[in-house]
Design a protein around this ligand. Structure first.
Ligand code: PCA
Length: 325
């Protein structure tokens, strides 16, 4: 801690004590993606914002790279209060409720503009769903658009037949199945190793995760598909949220809104930068060809139908809302 920060922290604690309210709180914040990833960097700024806005009364401590809880366990940790705040890619929980997977329906929202509309349309229903699970939704930030990583040229979806395809949620596993590839669920933190050992040979993700995993060490191509822009969500344990005073809750809301705007802008800004890094490291980066694109769009249509069939009225209402925006 810097001296200034310590002073602010001690000052706030003293005020809190003299006012007879709770002393300064420390919330550990598990995050699944690397420390250097833009989502994690953004959350560090969020934590500074909260510390400043609460005069040190609420200290949020970021634990990146899955070091406190792995991605798969973060949602449950926040739900049960093992962690009071955390970041999770909620589409990985679509098996629990289809609404969690709405941002990973292929080609439903494949630009920043559309993904923002879909997020706005989804947010009220998502807040309700998370509330029923003992959590408060604070902010969300999209990953850059998703494209296909391979170690060979791809002309059509058939070229993926039998290929070991890394998935990170139900949608990426389903997409693999529909192309005839073999899905293997792997966290981003284990991706480099999975590629190096041949456990996975291909996957769909953003330039961010390709860059973070130095995929050029094993793979040769990235096809820009812009299939979707999945969100990372920042979740707060509900009893912990309710235990804060109004000013602290407002500080979290304000800093969360700022983090959402800043993170979204950063995601978009970095998208081209990641592509340039891949090219610089010898990869071929290009748009999917006509046949591949048509095959993926057909798979997307199937997956949209499947989603609508399971998502019920809530899901349909959100999609209708989105389409009317
Ligand atoms: N990166 C994450 C999820 C989406 C993305 O772009 C991953 O591949 O795990």
């Amino acid at each position: 801690m810097t001296t200034m920060y310590k002073t602010a922290f001690a000052g706030a604690a003293a005020i809190a004590l003299s006012a007879g309210t709770a002393a300064a709180e420390r919330w550990d914040m598990p995050m699944a993606y690397p420390d250097s990833n833009f989502h994690t960097e953004n959350a560090k700024e969020f934590a500074v914002c909260v510390a400043e806005a609460t005069g040190g009364e609420l200290e949020i401590v970021i634990h990146g790279g899955g070091s406190l809880f792995g991605g798969a366990d973060i949602k449950r940790a926040v739900q049960t209060g093992q962690a009071l705040i955390g970041e999770r890619l909620l589409s990985a929980h679509a098996n629990e409720d289809p609404l969690f997977g709405i941002d990973s329906i292929p080609f439903l929202a494949s630009s920043y503009e559309d993904s923002k509309k879909l997020w706005d349309a989804t947010r009220p229903a998502l807040e309700q769903l998370l509330d029923s699970q003992n959590m408060v939704l604070l902010y969300g930030v999209p990953w850059p658009p998703q494209g296909l990583y391979t170690k060979k040229e791809l002309n059509s979806a058939d070229d993926l037949a039998g290929v070991k395809f890394r998935s990170y949620n139900a949608a990426t596993a389903r997409m693999a199945e529909l192309t005839g590839a073999v899905p293997v669920q792997i966290e981003a933190a284990e991706l480099s190793q999975a590629l190096a050992t041949g456990v996975a040979e291909s996957f769909i993700s953003s330039g961010a995760t390709g860059y973070d995993s130095k995929v050029w060490e094993q793979l040769t191509h990235w096809y820009e598909v812009n299939a979707w822009l999945p969100y990372n969500h920042i979740l707060v344990n509900k009893p912990a949220w309710e235990g804060l005073d109004d000013a602290a809750r407002q500080a979290l809301r304000d800093c969360g809104d700022q983090a959402e705007a800043r993170g979204t802008a950063k995601s978009e800004e970095l998208n081209d930068w990641y592509k340039a890094q891949m090219v610089e490291n010898g990869m071929t980066v290009e748009p999917a060809g006509d046949q591949l694109r048509a095959d993926l769009e057909a798979i997307g249509a199937t997956m949209t139908e499947e989603w609508l069939a399971t998502a019920g009225e809530t899901g349909e209402a959100v999609i209708d809302d989105y389409r009317s925006m």
